[in-house]
Design a protein around this ligand. Structure first.
Ligand code: 6PG
Length: 267
């Protein structure tokens, strides 16, 4: 990232998460794509594979579309890359709300990644079954070497992409929901009362085992939630994105200017 593209509000030197403000969504996507490519290269060079969990919603679409361009897709070894999801809605893969469908349209269908390297959450199953099956998928991928294993025996992703909602949720860890308190399971069904639906989500232990966490946050509508998460009192049950603090990894927040509006500029 050149200085012209982004303002660094805080760096890893002071143990705070790195916060980088980009001028707009396009610059945010480009910064994220550049970092994605670097992490992928480091992972494949160092360990022979790159395991990344994609986020859903709308913000990452620009990133996925950019990664599908020749400028970026030519810099990722997709044959040694394995795609996973941080969460999924309880819908079939062709449903408009499906996180898999969005990533497939924006990225997967446009790159030459082997089908066996794409590990979607089969959220068309009953939530309990979908979660249990995805845990088995993660375990199988550890055993096959597609994902690294942490010292504690958990899947250690090279990168997990995350966003936040206006209520400060991340993945499908919503305020005051049971998944926030999960300490053993890797993947759980999580009932979201406000949405009157189940979601399938990676749990805090897995998120915090990741080598790299990259939050992508864009839009003025996220400014309040972002301020609460980064500058507010520590209340993960109310501001779930606060629960993401990698125990042995890096976290970076890539924001566009409107989303960063309430954050003070630090020296
Ligand atoms: C999902 C995501 C969710 C998302 C936030 C932000 O399934 O919706 O995993 O955590 O990152 O809701 O969504 P937007 O990018 O659409 O604002």
């Amino acid at each position: 990232m050149t200085e012209a593209e982004g303002i660094v509000l805080s760096g890893t030197k002071d143990r705070k998460p790195e916060i980088v403000v980009l001028p707009d969504r396009a610059a945010l996507a480009r910064e994220a794509a550049s970092r994605f490519v670097v992490i992928a290269h480091q992972a494949i060079t160092g360990h022979g594979r790159f395991a990344v969990a994609l986020s859903g919603g709308s913000t990452p679409r620009d990133l996925y579309q950019l990664l599908a361009t020749i400028e970026f897709s030519s810099r990722v070894d997709w044959h040694h890359t394995h795609l996973f999801w941080g969460d999924e809605r309880s819908v079939p893969p062709d449903h408009p709300d499906s996180n898999f469908r969005m990533a497939n349209e924006a990225l997967i269908s446009r790159i030459g990644i082997p089908a066996g390297n794409v590990h979607r959450i089969r959220a068309e199953l009953e939530p309990v079954d979908a979660a249990r099956e995805y845990e088995q998928t993660l375990l199988s991928c550890i055993q096959s070497g597609a994902i690294a294993e942490s010292d504690a025996g958990l899947p250690r992703f090279a990168l997990i992409l995350l966003g936040i909602g206006e209520d400060a949720h991340t993945a499908s860890l919503f305020p005051h929901t049971t998944a926030l308190r999960e300490t053993a399971r890797w993947v759980v069904p999580n009932y979201i009362e406000n949405l009157k639906t189940y979601r399938i989500t990676l749990t805090p232990p897995v998120l915090n085992t990741s080598a790299n966490i990259m939050f992508l946050v864009a839009g003025a509508d996220k400014a309040s939630a972002l301020y609460s998460v980064l500058r507010g009192e520590r209340r993960p049950d109310k501001y779930p994105a606060q629960i993401v603090q990698p125990t042995n990894g890096n976290a970076v927040w890539l924001l566009d200017k409107p989303a960063s509006a309430k954050l003070e500029t630090e020296s």
